[in-house]
Write a protein that binds this ligand. Structure first.
Ligand SMILES: [Zn+2]
Ligand SMILES: [Zn+2]
Length: 95
């Protein structure tokens, strides 16, 4: 936990602000009804990140950009669908 983990950030799915370290938990519990965003990025440095938000995360400070879970050493890795190595979210095929 670092100081920046304690700074509140706006939730991408509602009007609540949460400490950065608690945002992923907030989304998991409060927005469990929204399917996960499956966007991912294969970075040039070899890291593979998946989006920690849910479909339609257009609110909050990242807008429609995707962000990795905050538990990574560098905090969130934020990327856009247009970034090299990025795979946009796709709706799962209905089983
Ligand atoms: Zn929320
Ligand atoms: Zn996303």
């Amino acid at each position: 936990m670092t100081l920046s983990d304690l700074i509140p950030e706006p939730c991408p799915h509602c009007d609540q602000h949460q400490p950065r370290a608690g945002m992923d938990q907030h989304i998991t519990t409060n927005h469990a009804d929204i399917p996960p965003c499956t966007a991912r990025i294969d970075t040039e440095s070899g890291g593979l990140y998946t989006c920690s938000f849910r479909i339609g995360h257009t609110r909050g400070e990242y807008g429609d950009q995707h962000a990795s879970p905050s538990s990574t050493p560098l905090g969130r890795y934020v990327w856009a669908d247009s970034a090299p190595g990025a795979t946009p979210h796709r709706d799962e095929e209905q089983q």
